[in-house]
Design a protein. Structure first.
Length: 217
């Protein structure tokens, strides 16, 4: 029964995370796609936006699939934990925890589940169990340390400030150069890395989407 319970958790959480990754990379399930996600990443000062969009989407898609399959555990949950940690630092840090207040309720829930799967293992109903695969602990620790280190380096300004509401480097200069014109990089938006959705003020300029831009997701 324990393995069945773990399987249900893996399929639901891993499957949803993979879906969010597909939203970012391919625009599936009503997502923004690579181009839209890249613009969103740049609005947070994460440049080049396309590279960060691929990394974020790949972490969710790849990590989610590995988690759902119970394959190469705990590398899948750790990869997805990286995306959730980045969501917490770059989007939700400093807000009340509840999602209705822009908080990290969903990323924290995912982090708790992924941490539990990392510690408990994928269970008997998994590809790892079927093939007799077991990732050495030192490899898992190295992957976890590398992931958390990368999150800290990337989101250091937000973490040190204790809030995600930190202007990206260069935004003020861009605004001044444009004579005070608001651009996509400093436009008010609502973001949720954990769900792959975002919306940007429709009155703001969005040069990354070209002359014909779709409705905000």
């Amino acid at each position: 029964m324990r393995s069945l319970g773990v399987l249900i958790v893996r399929l639901v959480v891993g499957g949803l995370l993979a879906g969010h990754g597909a939203q970012k990379l391919f625009g599936w399930f009503g997502g923004a796609g690579l181009e839209g996600t890249a613009g969103w990443m740049e609005s947070m000062g994460m440049r080049p936006g396309t590279a960060w969009a691929r990394l974020a989407g790949g972490s969710e898609l790849g990590g989610g699939l590995l988690t759902a399959l119970g394959f190469l555990n705990p590398l899948g949950p750790i990869a997805a934990m990286g995306a959730m940690s980045m969501a917490w630092a770059k989007v939700h840090l400093g807000n009340p925890v509840w999602s209705t207040k822009g908080g990290a309720e969903l990323p924290l829930t995912n982090l708790a589940v992924l941490s539990a799967l990392t510690l408990a293992g994928p269970g008997r109903l998994s590809v790892d169990s079927l093939l007799g695969i077991r990732i050495p602990r030192r490899v898992a620790f190295a992957a976890l340390a590398g992931t958390l280190g990368a999150v800290y380096v990337t989101a250091r300004r937000e973490i040190d400030a204790g809030t995600s509401k930190v202007n990206p480097v260069g935004v003020e200069a861009e605004r001044e150069a444009a004579g005070g014109t608001r651009t996509s990089r400093d436009a008010p938006d609502t973001r949720d890395v954990a769900t792959g959705t975002f919306s940007i003020d429709p009155t703001a300029e969005r040069p990354w989407l070209g002359s014909e831009s779709p409705e905000p997701v």
